[in-house]
Ligand binder design. Structure first.
Ligand code: SF4
Length: 368
């Protein structure tokens, strides 16, 4: 067994600048960058994520994960693959607009074509209008779950419209292990099976394959990579609605485990990979599942029911919004400005520094 000197880079012997606890690995900045990029290329090869000539659509938010994903694909695949980006504006004033500016700037620098789609234009709603309703009435569903469903809907729809072959997202190792534990805690077997470097179970022309090149890359290393390569990304504020997400609890729990027992997240991922091999539906079952798919009566996206999940959710929320508006009007007439309560809540959410402090986007500022 080679005994490593924790003060020196294990490759070149220069001064160590980073320690990766799970190895442990000790690297200088040059060899950390090399290690980081090589692992992403290995992930892509191992899971067969990208084939020559495939057209790749990167979902770009302006945050570190999607920016690094785009930069990696551009660096290693732009000669043999066409790369475009899709930027989604969920309608969160003072947060999303700044991140979008950065996403657009990155596309322009890399000469990558992009499409900007907003919830407002696509569904006639914004997160700013809807999230207070969801927070007020938790039976309607979680804020991030709702927002995520709408985003996936847009990504799939536009990937088809733009005739792209794969949809590339910036999900990293931390995201995947959090999802795994969440799905176990929620007893959500279907979602559990849909996880992985390539998302989903069913192969159908209505679904564009979603791939995750950062599947085996820890979040902290993405932060460090951005610092060493001086990659601008949006990390000033967290989304004001993110504090309500159940995922935060799992993030904190797994971060604690990873700090105390380095390598925990990789173990979870390997366990999931082994489990998935055992549990994946047979070819016949998949064919049966695919045969049940039809087009949503409203938007024509694939679904097993009459209406897809997105259309169902939007309908439910629009009804709730109308109900709320009527209630507010009645309250105003009765000189009880109940609507103010919602506005107050909105401000509380946006200024909730206590919760924001706990979230990763406020801890993504890595100093060399
Ligand atoms: Fe949407 Fe949640 Fe992300 Fe905010 S934190 S943009 S609500 S998924």
């Amino acid at each position: 067994m080679v005994i490593k000197n924790p003060e020196k880079c294990e490759i070149c012997g220069k001064k160590r600048v980073i320690t990766l606890g799970y190895g442990p690995h000790y690297f200088c900045d040059k060899h950390f960058v090399n290690f980081f990029e090589t692992r992403i290329k290995k992930t892509i090869r191992k899971y067969n994520l990208i084939s020559p000539k495939e057209k790749l659509l990167v979902a770009l938010s302006g945050g570190k994960d999607s920016i690094v994903t785009l930069k990696m694909l551009h660096k290693f695949y732009s000669k043999r693959n066409e790369i475009k980006a899709i930027i989604i504006d969920e309608g969160v004033d003072g947060y999303r607009d700044k991140a979008i500016k950065l996403a657009i700037k990155t596309c322009k620098e890399l000469n990558v074509n992009y499409k900007l789609i907003s919830f407002e234009k696509e569904f006639g709603i914004t997160n700013d209008k809807l999230m207070p309703l969801l927070i007020k009435n938790q039976k309607l569903g979680g804020t991030c779950a709702f927002c995520g469903t709408l985003r996936r809907h847009i990504m799939n729809k536009y990937a088809k419209k733009m005739k792209m072959d794969k949809l590339v997202t910036g999900h990293n190792l931390d995201d995947e292990t959090q999802s795994f534990v969440m799905n176990v805690f929620n007893n959500d077997f279907d979602r559990l099976l849909r996880m992985g470097a390539t998302a989903g179970v069913i192969e159908h022309e209505g679904f564009i394959k979603r791939i995750k090149p950062l599947y085996e890359t820890p979040e902290k290393e993405i932060i460090a990579y951005c610092a060493y390569k001086e990659i601008p990304h949006y990390s000033q504020d967290c989304c004001p609605y993110s504090y309500t997400a159940k995922r935060n609890e799992f993030r904190e729990m797994l971060n604690n485990f990873e700090t105390r027992f380095p390598g925990t997240e990789f173990s979870i991922l390997r366990f999931y990979e082994n489990l998935k091999k055992e549990l994946m539906p047979s070819k016949e079952m998949k064919i049966e599942m695919e045969s049940k798919l039809k087009k949503c009566k409203n938007c024509k996206e694939p679904t097993q029911k009459e209406f897809c999940k997105t259309c169902e959710m939007i309908e439910k929320l629009k009804t709730e919004a109308n109900k709320n508006e009527k209630e507010n009007q009645i309250n105003l007439k009765n000189k009880k400005p109940k609507s103010k309560k919602v506005n107050l809540k909105e401000n509380e959410i946006k200024n909730n520094s206590k919760y924001n402090k706990k979230l990763t986007c406020s801890t993504t500022k890595y100093k060399k």
